[in-house]
Write a protein that binds this ligand. Structure first.
Ligand SMILES: *[C@@H]1O[C@H](CO)[C@@H](O)[C@H](O)[C@H]1NC(C)=O
Ligand SMILES: *[C@@H]1O[C@H](CO)[C@@H](O)[C@H](O)[C@H]1NC(C)=O
Ligand SMILES: *[C@@H]1O[C@H](CO)[C@@H](O)[C@H](O)[C@H]1NC(C)=O
Ligand SMILES: *[C@@H]1O[C@H](CO)[C@@H](O)[C@H](O)[C@H]1NC(C)=O
Ligand SMILES: *[C@@H]1O[C@H](CO)[C@@H](O)[C@H](O)[C@H]1NC(C)=O
Ligand SMILES: *[C@@H]1O[C@H](CO)[C@@H](O)[C@H](O)[C@H]1NC(C)=O
Length: 537
């Protein structure tokens, strides 16, 4: 009986697929890519005249800051192995490769009076290699690796950074802009500023909670705008490329459908994404009103003479508004905020802090599968809600998803990553086709396992596994690499797709038991799913 229901379900459901009713494809204009960042993959931290950056400095002076005490001195050794990386991009069939340029590899002192010939050579080679393989280079100028010499002057909390970031960007545009037509200025203000200038997590571990983080964010936004205007006015007329900023946001899921809970979620979104996006993408510009008021009110209560949130001049508000060609979005997880006036959870945050300014407790919904990392639970519909929030809040700007991905402890059979990719891309597809969100590209984090900051090498985000114990940093495709390749080939999501034996070189995998387990898992998930489909429709 069960078996016949099952067979019937398969038949009817698959028949629908074949008929094409349920086949929903990514639009022709939609582009796929994969992402990496210089410090996480390049290694060669001290070759030639490369300067020290803040992560070199942190990991060499305080290895205890990193879960496994490791550093990125060699990492994936992409400095030497970039041609192998290019092979992998071709194997996957991506349209573009999002990598970042190391500021202190290009400008060893951080300043533009000295440009490294070796840095120029490396990035020229990488870019030329990509173009020769028909892969579009998508370059990020700043992915967290500030030259230590600039940090010695206060880094992102010193307003002079705006000038030095502009100098660096000018060298990059002059050197590579004839071939690189897609640029991102800065990657993830909250991670740079909250983890780096409010907490002792990321380099430079300046613990200036509730002050340094806002100041860093302020200068990062101004730096972005300066470079956008530089590109728009000086380089775009001849180079004809595009330049935007990449922001990070969780989705703040309302605890319930009540008006109160929706208001809490909304306030949470303004603190998470509005902080970074409102000055650039809203029609009125400046920080969100609720953020300005909340920080001002609390600063006054705390006896400060003015708000801990810096104030933009009218001229700056105008200068930032609209200063991005697209909204780069990094997204991994959702959270729920709740207005819980039990005081214990608040006591984990210093006073002052952005968390206390927000004033809400946050947690993961019990239905969201946890991951191996404390900051990350799985809620794929959150991405669709987030894209809709952006559409409504900022009048449907073009969005490029510059990061989204899943972490494991390793292993080539990565069913959880496959499910994560399928479900998140499903969410993107629905946002585009059903809700008309203006999403034009998706770049998966990451091409391969790499130096995962404070988690060192213990967490793996790669479509390709990297053997960090091997001299050659051998890269091997995971099962997810074949699934992503198939999505790119067919431009649709097939949750039943498994790589064929000829694609997936099983003989290279020692543990046949895990392959069996994987098939059992996929099989049982499919059975449950098909039964559900059968009874629902
Ligand atoms: C570069 O750093 C490595 C450690 O990662 C060290 O062994 C080597 O001596 C350094 N090379 C130079 C030229 O300083
Ligand atoms: C961008 O550059 C174009 C062409 O040079 C110019 O007309 C336009 O005013 C610039 N945009 C802004 C916001 O400055
Ligand atoms: C800030 O304080 C004013 C005056 O008490 C109050 O009206 C407003 O709602 C407060 N705003 C926020 C966001 O807390
Ligand atoms: C929460 O705050 C309200 C009003 O400020 C108060 O009446 C209530 O007792 C508080 N609840 C807890 C659990 O502290
Ligand atoms: C998407 O954004 C681009 C760039 O701003 C714009 O040209 C296009 O019209 C937008 N599409 C939609 C459907 O809003
Ligand atoms: C590493 O790569 C080099 C150059 O391709 C090769 O000669 C060598 O045999 C490789 N070593 C290992 C352990 O695979």
């Amino acid at each position: 009986m069960i078996i016949s229901i099952f067979l019937f379900s398969i038949f009817t459901f698959r028949f629908d697929l074949v008929k094409g009713d349920d086949v929903r494809k990514f639009p022709d204009y939609f582009k796929f890519g994969v992402s990496t960042a210089a410090h996480q993959i390049e290694g060669a931290w001290n070759v030639s005249d490369k300067g020290e950056n803040i992560w070199d400095h942190l990991t060499h002076t305080k290895p205890s800051a990193i879960a496994d005490g490791s550093n990125a001195d060699v990492a994936c050794d992409s400095y030497h192995l970039y041609k192998r990386d290019a092979d992998m991009l071709v194997e996957l069939g991506v349209d573009f490769y999002r990598f970042s340029i190391s500021w202190s590899r290009l400008l060893p002192n951080g300043f533009s009076n000295k440009v490294s010939q070796d840095g120029l050579r490396y990035y020229n080679n990488l870019i030329d290699e990509l173009l020769s393989r028909n892969i579009t280079p998508f370059a990020t100028l700043y992915h967290w690796d500030l030259p230590q010499k600039l940090q010695d002057l206060g880094g992102w909390t010193n307003p002079i950074i705006v000038n030095y970031f502009e100098d660096y960007a000018r060298v990059a545009f002059e050197s590579f802009g004839n071939r690189v037509k897609n640029w991102i200025t800065i990657n993830e203000i909250p991670q740079i500023c909250t983890n780096g200038y409010a907490k002792d997590i990321y380099a430079p571990q300046v613990m200036s909670s509730g002050i340094g983080d806002y100041l860093c964010g302020h200068n990062a936004l101004l730096s972005h705008a300066r470079v956008w205007h530089l590109y728009n006015d000086t380089f775009r007329p001849t180079q004809k490329g595009r330049i935007g900023i990449t922001l990070y946001s969780h989705w703040a899921e309302p605890e319930s459908n009540s008006v109160e809970d929706k208001a809490i979620s909304e306030r949470g979104m303004q603190f998470l994404l509005g902080w970074q996006a409102h000055p650039i993408f809203s029609s009125e510009g400046d920080y969100p009103k609720v953020l300005k008021e909340a920080v001002y009110n609390r600063s006054m209560e705390q006896g400060y003479s003015h708000s801990r949130l810096p104030v933009f001049t009218l001229e700056e508000i105008k200068y930032l508004k609209g200063a991005s060609d697209f909204l780069g979005l990094n997204h991994y997880t959702s959270v729920v905020f709740r207005n819980d006036n039990k005081t214990e959870w608040m006591s984990q945050f210093p006073n002052p802090s952005k968390e206390r300014d927000l004033g809400y407790d946050s947690y993961f919904h019990a239905n969201w599968p946890p991951t191996i990392s404390a900051w990350f639970a799985v809620n794929p519909p959150g991405l669709k809600h987030l894209l809709n929030w952006i559409k409504n809040e900022y009048t449907n700007p073009e969005v490029i998803i510059t990061e989204n991905g899943y972490l494991t402890r390793g292993g080539l059979i990565d069913v959880d990553r496959i499910n994560y990719i399928n479900q998140n891309l499903q969410s993107v597809l629905e946002a585009i086709l059903d809700d008309h969100c203006n999403v034009t590209a998706y770049s998966l984090w990451s091409l391969m396992d790499n130096y995962e900051w404070n988690d060192g090498y213990r967490f793996c985000f790669g479509l390709y596994e990297v053997d960090f114990k091997s001299e050659n940093r051998t890269r091997r495709p995971r099962m997810s690499a074949y699934v992503y390749k198939e999505i790119l080939r067919t431009r649709m999501i097939n949750p039943y797709y498994l790589p064929s034996f000829s694609d997936f070189q099983y003989e290279t995998y020692k543990s046949s038991a895990s392959i069996l387990q994987c098939h059992m898992k996929i099989f049982s998930i499919s059975v449950i799913f098909l039964l559900m489909m059968h009874f629902l429709f």
